[in-house]
Each structure stands twice: as C-alpha cells, then as structure tokens.
Design a protein around this ligand. Structure first.
Ligand SMILES: [Zn+2]
Ligand SMILES: [Zn+2]
Length: 338
C-alpha cells in the first residue's frame, strides 16, 4: 500500500493560490459567529436541546442515512418520498449537495489513504479534517468527476436540481430562516413580551442552526480524520480506517469506520454487540413500521477478520463501495439483504 506523502513547505505554499473561498468563507464566518452562543440572552435550554436533536434529525437521518447509507451505498430500500425526505434533511446540514457528497465519498472508498483519496489524514490531521474542503481540487469537481462517481444520483432530476444553481444551499437558507420566527411565535404563544420572544427566537437560531451546523460539520469531518488515525480495527481492510468509539458516540454510529470500510454496503456500522449504532437502530424501527426494507446485513470474508490470538489473518484487498451503475460493479454484493 502506498500512503500519501506529508506535504512539504513548497506544497503548502502552492496551496495558497488555490484556496476555495466559497467554502472557506462560510466556514470562517460560521466559526467567527460562534461566540454569539455565549451571549446570555441568546441562551435557552430549548436552544441547547436543539443541538443533539438537530444532530439526530439533520445529521444522523439526513447525512448518515440519506447521503451516506442510502444514496452512496444503497444499504436499504424505501419509498421515493422517504428517500427524498432523508436527503433534504441532509441538505440542511450544509455539507454540499447530495450528488457531490456521494461522488467524493465513493472516491474515498475506492482510494482510501492512497492517492487520490480526497481527504486522507495521513497527509496531516488538519488536511483530512477540513483542509481538503477549502482547497480547489480539479480531481473532485466537474462533470467528469460527478459522472464517474455519482451518475446514478445525478440521473435523478430531483438531485440534479438540488445541485443546479446551488439549490441545496438555498434549501439550507430556507430551513434556517424558520427558526427565528418559529421561536418568536412560540414565545408570544407562551404570553411573553415581544423582546422576550425575540431573544428566544434568537436562541433557537444561534443554537439550533449555527451551533448545530458547525457541530455536525466537525463530527462528520472527524469520521474522515480521527477514524482514519486513532482507534482499533476489527478487519484488515488494506487502509488505515479505525473504529473510534468517541466519533461513533458523537455521530450516532458512523465512527465504527473500520467496520464500514470492511462492509461498505452494510446498513449497520456496529458489528459487535457493544458497538452502538443509533442510526442503524432508527432503520430497524423504520423497517418494523414497513417503511424500509431489503436492509443489507454485514458480511465480511473470514480472511479479513483480525483475530485476537494465535491465529493471524491473511491479508486481502478491499471491497469497493460503488453501486453497480458506477465503474466498479462488485460493491453491491458485499452483504446479504434481510
Ligand atoms: Zn474512510
Ligand atoms: Zn461510506
């Protein structure tokens, strides 16, 4: 396995002219606005509660389920209206449109921790966490890239429409704009004065949108950075993915990343009884309700299991994570549907 080289000073200098300001500007603006959360009038317990609730709704159901397990890996089936609901929730996490997200992630699975992995932290922690997002990269943009890695997603007019004219960004703006007036209306309904209701609306905007969006960014990025650097491995996957309990706890399951690289199509990322995957538990509930079906179960070749004891595993290649409509058709066969 070849690993990505650490950047030299020359490489870092070369990056200067290649900063991608639309993303960098938004990231900087959001982080600079974070101190608003410490303004006493802009704090409410309801606002604070909206961070974990928003993480579950927009992060776990939107990004984990909609963007990742459904659109990228087709880990289960569901009605079209529900698929699009998941994806719109994902859009509200401001992590680019679904087609682009899927293309980047499939490329990561295909080239994990080797050139041209878009975000290997072996280059450097900061690069794998967020640096790769703020540098222009012809290798992860453009029609050819999207067609190669996410043709199936862009073929759907609903998803290509979200990509066109940055519609995904405007959907995020629309959802964000509901929090302040929603809070004011609730405050007035409770019989509070206009200023009290306005501060409450502000707290929902600051905590429910600003803090939650930044929080979901960082825990998503932590899967790319922390879960390729620190943690334990259940499987010999041919790259550096790890199971990181801290990331798994924050992301409701995505941190069991070595398991995920071993069985990319599996709907469950927790493979041992104690590897809690709340995102998968939500899918189990939805399956009981008849809303999802053909849920792909983990299936990893015995040769890849890392045994703790005298038996040593044989080294083997990695599975691809691409659906059959993309260049690598074997990825749809790494698990059983149940
Ligand atoms: Zn990975
Ligand atoms: Zn994946």
């Amino acid at each position: 396995m070849t690993t990505t080289r650490r950047p030299t000073l020359e490489r870092i200098r070369a990056l200067r002219g290649r900063l991608y300001w639309p993303y960098l500007g938004v990231f900087l603006a959001f982080h600079l606005l974070l101190p608003l959360a410490f303004v006493p009038q802009l704090f409410s317990w309801t606002g604070l509660l909206l961070v974990p609730v928003g993480n579950f709704v927009f992060g776990s159901m939107g990004v984990n389920v909609g963007y990742h397990r459904l659109l990228t890996h087709r880990s289960f089936k569901c009605p079209t209206w529900l698929e699009r609901t998941f994806v719109i929730l994902g859009v509200c996490s401001l992590e680019s449109g679904p087609g682009h997200w899927v293309a980047v992630h499939r490329k990561h699975h295909q080239h994990s921790d080797e050139e041209p992995d878009p975000h290997s932290p072996l280059v450097g922690f900061l690069w794998g966490h967020v640096g790769w997002l703020v540098v222009k990269s012809p290798a992860t943009s453009g029609l050819f890239f999207h067609d190669k890695y996410a043709r199936d997603v862009f073929a759907d007019p609903f998803y290509s429409g979200l990509h066109r004219n940055l519609m995904w960004f405007w959907v995020w703006v629309a959802h964000a704009s509901l929090f302040f007036p929603g809070g004011v209306l609730v405050g007035l309904a409770m019989g509070w004065s206009w200023p009290e209701a306005a501060w409450f609306g502000g707290s929902l905007l600051v905590w429910g949108v600003l803090v939650r969006t930044v929080y979901v960014w960082h825990i998503t990025w932590a899967v790319n950075s922390l879960s390729h650097l620190w943690g334990y491995r259940n499987y010999d996957t041919g790259e550096h993915s790890t199971n990181n309990w801290f990331v798994a706890l924050l992301t409701n399951g995505e941190g069991w990343h070595n398991n995920h690289h071993a069985a990319p199509r599996a709907a469950s990322h927790g493979h041992r009884w104690w590897e809690l995957d709340l995102t998968y538990q939500a899918l189990v509930l939805l399956r009981r309700l008849g809303l999802v079906w053909d849920v792909v179960a983990p299936k990893v070749a015995e040769a890849r299991v890392i045994h703790r004891g005298p038996h040593r595993p044989r080294r083997s290649g990695r599975d691809s994570a691409l659906p059959s409509s993309t260049p690598s058709p074997d990825a749809m066969q790494d698990g059983d549907e149940s």
